[in-house]
Design a protein around this ligand. Structure first.
Ligand code: HEC
Ligand code: HEC
Length: 455
């Protein structure tokens, strides 16, 4: 009798051990996590955020009269030399203010047949972009508030960025892939007068068009009738209005993704998304968060998935860009040719701004030169660049043309040590095929529109 009773208990215990074992085996967390942070690990294992945060969003207010004028200008194709390109043609609101098509670079110019030189970035989430500067590094992960990041941080205080060198003075901030302008207002003049883009001939021409625009009265109302005596001023105010529109309109920063919901405890990540999130943060795997910061700041501002710093990744040369037909042409990012103030700073050659990954799954051309067209290709670049370069770069007479878009002297600026890079040809990539799929699933949680944008 007693024996059977003991047997039953033993059997029950065995079943319990098996069930717990099965849960642990399926869980992406090592045993010590369960041991050290049982509650957090339990929640995270279910796809829930163990440290729900109250995020501080920029206030949503009705647009000012200036921003309303800016909206009209943003959509007005008549300002361009061809009469066919508006800001919105390349920065389409239905595609997170990036192009709807999959071209590496866009068509523009006065005849609409000139091709650009760089991929069109999204205009979303620029509202906290600092001015360009070269200054001390500010540790990207110091704001971590999730258990695995906090724990991993004990052994990896900050994923080191070898490419930056020993001085921790790093270029950061600014707009465009090379940070050459600081304010949105300064910026808008760029594409408007760029011969490859909107190709407006001159200030006088734009002034004449504004004078006859359907919204000309807005200028009179806002700035007084005298403004029409100063063509330069009218154009400046127009650029200012476009900037105000981008700053004020909430569609440029909706924060309505599944990830935003998750941060606030309003959504659960699927198994694949959770595993992707962990690989994205793991300093030995994706290490993506070292540059594409995914933690809210200490004062509760939502993460923007960029540390706003510059890196040389050695993206392959893109033959789809006509400028690249000229073998002497190289886009070196920070050291030119589109900015000239840093051209002697060799240590910055080949560096480009780390873009936000918010809405990245809606893009069709990736990296500054738009070389890749799917997230799968981008992930393979991160996986294979160092361990199977023949999959990434052209092979000419049996020789892999590694970093083929950078002159030899600048190739040392490319980081070849820190994850997800590193290793030598033939090594196993740090990211498995499964990690790749999971990270892509996670990146899809950054697409806006999952929840209502009114927070
Ligand atoms: C023909 C396509 C095209 C048109 C039209 C266009 N842009 Fe762009 N835009 C680009 C490209 C390409 C870049 C990146 C250029 C670079 O980095 O050198 C860019 C970059 C930007 C950036 C910087 C974004 C960032 O992440 O740093 C802003 C802001 C911007 N454009 C606003 C505008 C405004 C405002 C207009 C209308 C006045 C406009 N654009 C018209 C192609 C276009
Ligand atoms: C060392 C910093 C760094 C790390 C680590 C890093 N990135 Fe990037 N990422 C960048 C920079 C810089 C660019 C732009 C490079 C260029 O265009 O030449 C970029 C571009 C991208 C783009 C293209 C976005 C666009 O709009 O074109 C994607 C997608 C991306 N990264 C995803 C990832 C993922 C996923 C990981 C982890 C596996 C990762 N990154 C790791 C710095 C980094």
């Amino acid at each position: 009798m007693l024996k059977n009773w003991i047997k039953a208990i033993l059997l029950l215990l065995l079943m319990l051990v098996l069930v717990v074992g099965a849960v642990l085996a399926k869980s992406p967390f090592p045993l010590r996590y369960w041991w050290q942070h049982p509650k957090e690990t339990f929640l995270l294992n279910q796809g829930r955020n163990p440290r729900v945060v109250a995020l501080k969003y920029p206030p949503v207010k009705p647009l000012s009269a200036m921003a309303i004028l800016g909206r009209k200008l943003f959509y007005d194709a008549s300002l361009s030399g061809s009469g066919r390109l508006a800001c919105a043609s390349c920065h389409d609101p239905a595609h997170a203010y990036a192009p709807a098509n999959a071209l590496s670079v866009q068509l523009g110019g006065s005849d609409m047949r000139q091709m650009g030189v760089r991929a069109v970035p999204s205009l979303t989430y620029l509202y906290r972009q600092p001015n360009f500067s070269v200054g001390p590094d500010n540790p990207a992960n110091e704001d971590s508030n999730l258990l695995e990041a906090a724990e991993l941080a004990e052994t990896h205080p900050l994923a080191p960025k070898q490419a930056i060198g020993k001085s921790r003075l790093v270029p950061q901030g600014g707009l465009f892939w090379d940070g050459r302008v600081n304010t949105l207002q300064q910026q808008a003049g760029g594409p408007l007068f760029n011969p490859l883009e909107m190709a407006a001939a001159s200030e006088t021409e734009v002034f004449a068009k504004l004078q006859h625009a359907s919204y000309a009265d807005d200028f009179t109302r806002l700035f007084g009738a005298n403004v029409w005596r100063q063509p330069g001023l009218v154009v400046q105010e127009a650029l200012f209005a476009i900037a105000r529109y981008q700053i004020e309109d909430p569609s440029f920063r909706p924060f309505s993704s599944k990830f935003d919901a998750w941060l606030q405890g309003k959504a659960r990540l699927s198994r694949a998304e959770l595993r992707g999130y962990l690989a994205f943060n793991d300093p030995n795997k994706g290490n993506c968060a070292a540059c594409h910061v995914d933690k809210p700041t200490r004062d509760g501002l939502p993460p923007l998935f960029t540390d706003t710093q510059y890196e040389a990744l050695g993206v392959p040369r893109n033959p789809a860009i006509p400028a690249n037909k000229n073998l002497h042409y190289v886009d070196l990012g920070l050291c030119g040719p589109y900015r000239t103030d840093l051209e002697t700073q060799m240590q910055y050659c080949g560096m480009f701004l780390t873009p936000t990954l918010r809405n990245v799954a809606t893009r069709h051309a990736f990296f500054h030169n738009g070389y890749y067209h799917t997230l799968g290709q981008v992930l393979d670049f991160y996986r294979f660049r160092d361990v199977a370069p023949q999959n990434i770069y052209p092979v000419v007479r049996g020789k892999v043309q590694r970093f083929d878009d950078l002159p030899l002297v600048y190739q040392k600026n490319v980081d070849t040590q820190d994850a997800p890079f590193g290793g030598k040809s033939g090594d196993t990539p740090r990211l498995s095929k499964k990690d790749k799929q999971n990270i892509i699933a996670f990146l899809h949680t950054l697409t806006d529109g999952y929840m209502d944008a009114s927070h």
